[in-house]
Ligand binder design. Structure first.
Ligand code: NAG
Length: 406
């Protein structure tokens, strides 16, 4: 979904691959490559970085005597389990260190002390199982920390002490069972938090309260059954929230009222049965809403979506049991431009449903069964299509299982 990634991610990849890399003429460690490469800071500012690339070499220790001016050191996919204390201390300009896909199992094996110049640290895909208090001392300017795909079961309350500049933290795909709000007290600058893929079944009140600068929160694939009413309290900058692939049987509507700035919400792949009256109401900045891939969803009830003045895109697709959208399901959605309804079990759509959307420009309804018996107030898909033609809407009807198109 949009909004989760830093604004330049895709662009940067494209730009970076288009930028020529320049040889960096230094004494380069054997089998490593030393080049000046394009580099983006965590805040997406473009720089060039003196890079030592020792990825994929199956080495068990960091090569000695790296060039002193190294700014980016890539050691991904090796078998390094330990860095001596201060081993990299002589690299005074090191801003990015990639130790992902190695064999670290204990934070005391990093030997990263006092590297105030370090902005980005990759430790994903190692075997870390716990983080004690002050796991990252002397990294006061660190802006990105990747700890995803480890085996983290426990993180001490003050594990992240001293990381006051951190903007981005990835803890996804670990073995955490709870999220402790004390971790976040150490992280007042955090903007992006990924904690999905941990088996956490509930988020407690005030869980994220210290994170007043957080813009994006990903809680995907966690087995969440319940979001308490004040779980999102304090997230006053939150714009993007994902509950993708959880066990939520109801829209956590009270919790959502606590994040009035929300623009992007992903509830896809949850076992909702109905979208009920005022489940989505007065979310004044919501731009995109996804209700896709819900195996249990049967109905979108009367007044389910009310007063979402900035909603431009609504995706309700791939819900195999969704057979009913109430004619008054949508009220006051003045900016809605795109309505995706493909691959549901809708046999008809009420004319009123579409007429209540004054700014609609595109509707997609393919992959729905065509109705046989036409109820007086419903329009069969074929007539709907001709009606949409008269409104000059762009729409797609390929794969509509409907014999006649008027
Ligand atoms: C480190 O960066 C500074 C500022 O860009 C530069 O002047 C200095 O030469 C660099 N140090 C080394 C060892 O290259």
């Amino acid at each position: 979904m949009r909004g989760l990634q830093p604004s330049c991610l895709l662009l940067c990849v494209v730009a970076a691959s288009a930028m020529p890399t320049v040889p960096w003429r230094v004494a380069c460690p054997p089998r490593c490559v030393c080049q000046i490469r394009p580099w983006y800071t965590p805040r997406s500012a473009y720089r060039e970085a003196a890079t030592v690339d020792c990825n994929d070499l199956f080495i068990t220790s960091v090569p000695p005597e790296l060039p002193e001016g190294t700014q980016t050191l890539l050691l991904q996919s090796n078998n390094i389990a330990r860095l001596e204390q201060g081993e990299l201390g002589y690299l005074r300009n090191l801003s990015e260190l990639d130790l992902s896909q190695n064999s670290f199992s204990d934070v005391w094996d990093f030997g990263l002390r006092n590297m105030p110049q370090l902005l980005s640290l990759h430790l994903e895909e190692n075997q870390l199982s716990d983080l004690p208090d002050s796991s990252f001392p002397g990294l006061g300017n660190l802006q990105e920390l990747y700890l995803n795909h480890n085996r983290l079961r426990s993180i001490a309350p003050r594990a992240f002490a001293g990381l006051g500049s951190l903007l981005r933290l990835h803890l996804n795909s670990n073995l955490l069972r709870t999220l402790d709000s004390r971790w976040f007290q150490m992280l007042p600058s955090l903007e992006i938090l990924m904690v999905g893929g941990n088996k956490v079944d509930a988020i407690l009140d005030m869980n994220f309260r210290p994170l007043g600068n957080l813009r994006s929160l990903v809680l995907a694939g966690m087995q969440l059954r319940e979001i308490s009413d004040y779980a999102l309290e304090g997230l006053r900058s939150l714009e993007s929230l994902s509950f993708y692939d959880n066990k939520l049987a109801d829209v956590p509507k009270r919790a959502l009222q606590q994040v009035p700035g929300l623009k992007f919400l992903d509830l896809n792949k949850n076992p909702l049965q109905r979208v009920k009256q005022s489940d989505f109401t007065n979310m004044l900045h919501l731009k995109e809403l996804g209700l896709n891939n819900m195996d249990e969803l049967v109905s979108i009830d009367q007044f389910a979506l009310i007063n979402l003045p900035e909603l431009t895109k609504l995706d309700v697709t791939n819900n195999p049991k969704l057979s009913f959208i109430h004619p008054k399901a949508f009220q006051h959605l003045p900016q809605l431009e795109t309505l995706m309804l493909n691959n549901n079990a809708l046999s008809a759509l009420h004319r009123q449903t579409v007429e209540s959307l004054p700014n609609l420009q595109e509707i997609s309804i393919h992959g729905n069964p065509c109705t046989r018996s036409c109820y007086p107030i419903k329009i069969p898909m074929a007539i709907l299509i001709s009606f949409l033609h008269t409104l000059k809407l762009g729409f797609e009807y390929k794969n509509l299982d409907c014999g006649v198109i008027l």
